[in-house]
Design a protein around this ligand. Structure first.
Ligand SMILES: NC(=O)C1=CN([C@@H]2O[C@H](COP(=O)(O)OP(=O)(O)OC[C@H]3O[C@@H](n4cnc5c(N)ncnc54)[C@H](OP(=O)(O)O)[C@@H]3O)[C@@H](O)[C@H]2O)C=CC1
Ligand SMILES: O=C(O)[C@@H]1CCC=N1
Length: 273
């Protein structure tokens, strides 16, 4: 079957992660196009992926069956201004906050809109993406969006558009929480007298190993945690400190802030455009 041509509007971090995933899954470079106005970045994309990169969206959308909106929410209105997409094209937005109703106002009703929230491990096909499309969207559009994001890892379809803000809080922003925890662990290791190199390696490899263990064993993480926690032992002492320091409340608040910010971005976008 002919491969669909996929146009990316915006060639930043997340677009590169998705393009990397598509190429690794066998999608041909000749069926991927990017619009990226920053010349240095455009050159990097050409060299890195061997794909066609133009400076404006108008140059890449004609003949593209899928258009991925990969600019920042604040850049979206300008990127889409005056843009005419092919009738029946599938538009996959990855922008935090921006609602489908706002995109519909800008793009018209001749395209099929899918709102998604991927994350950066997409670059290694280890991402996870939440997707939403309204009822009535043709199966072919749903399947095309699923195919693009599955090339980057797992996909997870949602019943309500508002769930995307929660997905953003958990998995969209989630890699940053993991990186922060790694930083925190390595700093704490240094304070216990380890060299920076050894503390960094211990922290990083511990998270990699623990994540792999959770994935491979399929055992619930609460059980895995209990298995490490010997009665009266060291882990119990550490976990008591984390719990009494309010780790659960802190995460709950952090994720609520992220979801609220997603809603706020959507609200601001809707008001301005
Ligand atoms: N980073 C992440 O972890 C995730 C990001 N997202 C979403 O993905 C989107 C992109 O984020 P990210 O990749 O991090 O951001 P980046 O800033 O890295 O990428 C956006 C790119 O689009 C370019 N751009 C700006 N205006 C236009 C235009 N008019 N036409 C074409 N390209 C344009 C920017 O160029 P310039 O730099 O010159 O402005 C930049 O290279 C955002 O909406 C974000 O919410 C979703 C999930 C995870
Ligand atoms: O921070 C952001 O707004 C984007 C969305 C999820 C991850 N990065």
């Amino acid at each position: 079957m002919m491969q669909p041509t996929i146009a990316f509007i915006g060639g930043g971090n997340m677009a590169a992660a998705l393009i990397g995933g598509l190429l690794a899954s066998g999608h041909s470079a000749s069926h991927i196009r990017v619009a990226e106005p920053f010349a240095e970045r455009a050159d990097w994309l050409r060299r890195q992926f061997g794909i066609d990169v133009k400076s404006s969206a108008a140059e890449i959308v004609r003949g593209s069956q899928a258009v991925v909106l990969a600019v920042k929410p604040q850049q979206m209105a300008e990127a889409l201004s005056g843009l005419k997409l092919d009738k029946g094209a599938t538009v996959v937005s990855i922008a935090a906050g921006v609602r489908l109703s706002s995109l519909g106002d800008l793009l018209g009703d001749q395209v099929h809109l899918v709102r998604t929230m991927p994350n950066t491990p997409a670059l290694y096909q280890k991402g996870i993406t939440g997707l939403y499309t309204p009822k009535g969207t043709p199966d072919a559009a749903r399947e095309l969006a699923d195919k693009i994001l599955k090339a980057a890892g797992k996909t997870c379809w949602l019943e309500n558009e508002s769930d995307i803000d929660a997905v953003t809080a958990v998995s969209g922003s989630g890699p940053a929480y993991f990186f922060l925890l790694t930083e925190v662990m390595r700093e704490a290791g240094e304070k216990l007298g380890l060299s920076p190199e050894i503390a960094a390696e211990l922290a990083q490899q511990t998270f990699i190993g623990a994540a792999e263990m959770a994935a491979k064993t399929g055992i619930d993480v609460s059980t895995l945690r209990a298995q490490v926690t010997s009665k009266g032992g060291t882990t119990e002492a550490a976990l008591k400190a984390l719990e009494s320091g309010g780790i659960r409340a802190i995460f709950e608040r952090a994720l609520r802030e992220a979801a609220d910010r997603g809603r706020e971005l959507g609200e601001q976008f809707a008001q301005k455009n």
